[in-house]
Design a protein. Structure first.
Length: 273
């Protein structure tokens, strides 16, 4: 893995931690299927999927590499996470999106077992049709708000049933071709698991290495921003980020400008206590 570590010199602290997580797992980074030489070896080739995962954790919502990097650790069947995504999604339509990079990190909460299926589908969409990722997440959240993918909805459903519900949303967010591709990625392989199993493992290993348990959790420039609340509106997010770190991301300008009406929404709600 020395090649990957050198190639990533100068990356963000979060992404470097992600690399460190996998430096003892070389088999994930190389494939013997293509027969293309690398580093003088004729029997190995870069596995594109593994390479992408190793280079950078999370799914970008904006262009990366800006001065401020916000990492959102979310579970899309957690009401507090979906509320946060809606606010950030609105925020991305403002000028803040030109100054701040946002990424989503998928957090599967095991007490909601259907969440694995939801996150597998979302990650598959991000790999197959990146432009359809946000529309797909919006479809999932809309369905969740209407009662889909909750414990009550999925308790007596099979894994295949849940995938079927998700694939309908994939098609609505993209097209039939993407839906077919994602369906193939979710299909069980010989011996068990599917193409997305390893990606779920990577995402889980990353958030565990970062000490993330509850959802949502937010990191700004590599440090947890405990002040951020799932109850914040897009306007409150904007007030928090507008100082561009001049207030050490303590939210002083937001708090001082916040009226008594909105103070109650600064309480942090989370799933996973």
């Amino acid at each position: 893995m020395a090649h990957i570590r050198r190639a990533h010199t100068g990356g963000s602290a979060a992404s470097m931690l992600y690399i460190a997580t996998f430096q003892r797992m070389p088999s994930l980074a190389w494939s013997h299927r293509r027969g293309v030489s690398c580093s003088g070896r004729s029997d190995c080739a870069v596995d594109v999927g593994a390479w992408r995962a190793l280079r950078s954790a999370g799914v970008p919502l904006t262009t990366l590499g800006k001065t401020i990097e916000v990492d959102l650790f979310l579970d899309f069947i957690c009401p507090f996470s979906t509320r946060m995504f809606k606010a950030v999604d609105t925020l991305l339509n403002t000028d803040v999106a030109q100054k701040v990079s946002f990424k989503v990190h998928h957090v599967v909460q095991p007490w909601h077992p259907q969440g694995t299926c939801v996150h597998e589908a979302a990650l598959a969409v991000s790999m197959t049709a990146p432009d359809a990722y946000k529309p797909f997440i919006r479809e999932v959240i809309s369905a969740f708000d209407a009662g889909k993918f909750k414990d009550e909805d999925t308790w007596n459903k099979s894994r295949a049933d849940i995938y079927s519900d998700l694939l309908k949303l994939v098609v609505e967010a993209s097209d039939e071709k993407t839906g077919q591709h994602v369906q193939g990625m979710l299909a069980m392989k010989e011996g068990g698991c599917n193409e997305m199993t390893q990606h779920i493992k990577w995402a889980t290993k990353f958030h565990r290495a970062r000490g993330v348990h509850v959802t949502p959790t937010v990191y700004v420039n590599g440090l947890e921003a405990g002040i951020v609340s799932s109850g914040w509106s897009a306007e409150q997010w904007k007030s928090f980020l507008e100082p561009m770190g001049a207030d050490n991301f303590q939210g002083k300008s937001k708090i001082s400008a916040c009226s008594s009406r909105c103070e109650s929404s600064t309480k942090r709600d989370e799933d996973g206590i």
